[in-house]
Design a protein. Structure first.
Lengths: 116, 110
């Protein structure tokens, strides 16, 4: 079964850090670009970051650039999102999504809650 | 404020046809294909349409998509109660060098 499973979401203090993970299974992870998308409570979807298959191309939304770092380990079929300098507005469910000219596979999400 | 503009709501009765729009600009919809996502409450989004008008396997042909100029649209024919959900459009923006979403349209079946 094609699957993405996120983890690492937690309750964290403003100014703190978290590392989110996304493990892929059921498909060749190393040949797919990947993305992170988030959704704040009661709000719409917001694209966060993109990483190409080798990690040579990386893009970020303006709202997270400089604080978030996306990376991947193809040997471990894993995608990561390092979140630093947490802000209240980072409170959201974070989804990883496979990039296949659209986001055709999504995980169930992991929840980050930032307290001040 | 989302880069892509979607109406906040759309509604119809069972069996009816409804459409929803997604308006952008030359740097996004005007230059790149659009995909659509459906999200039921409390669940992850699901791909509904890609490359403007192509349906992934499993998506019924009641759903159709199109793109013209700097706008795209999604139509649902033969509206059913299970179509009640939030619908989001998305595409790449050449100026922002990132993906952009619309704020979503909530579909209600009356």
């Amino acid at each position: 079964e094609v699957q993405l499973v996120e983890s690492g979401g937690d309750l964290a203090q403003a100014g703190g850090s978290l590392r989110l993970s996304c493990v892929a299974s059921g498909f060749p992870f190393s040949i797919h670009d990947m993305n992170w998308v988030r959704q704040a409570p009661g709000r719409g979807l917001e694209w966060v970051s993109y990483i190409s298959v080798t990690g040579s191309s990386i893009y970020y939304a303006d709202s997270v650039r400089g604080r978030f770092t996306v990376s991947r380990d193809n040997d471990k079929n894993s995608l990561y999102l390092q979140i630093n300098s947490l802000r209240a507005e980072d409170t959201a469910t974070y989804y990883c999504a496979r990039d296949n000219l659209s986001w055709d596979v999504w995980g169930k999400g992991t929840t980050v809650t930032v307290s001040s | 404020q989302s880069v892509l503009t979607q109406p906040p709501s759309a509604s119809g009765t069972p069996g009816q046809r409804i459409t929803m729009s997604c308006a952008g600009s030359n740097s996004n919809i005007g230059s790149n294909t659009v995909s659509w996502y459906l999200q039921l409450p409390g669940t992850a989004p699901k791909l509904l349409m890609y490359n403007d008008h192509q349906r992934p396997s499993g998506v019924p042909d009641r759903f159709s998509g199109s793109r013209s100029g700097t706008s795209a649209s999604l139509a649902i024919s033969g509206l059913q109660s299970e179509d009640e959900a939030d619908y989001y459009c998305a595409t790449w923006d050449d100026s922002l060098k990132g993906y952009v979403f619309g704020a979503g349209t909530t579909v209600t079946v009356l």
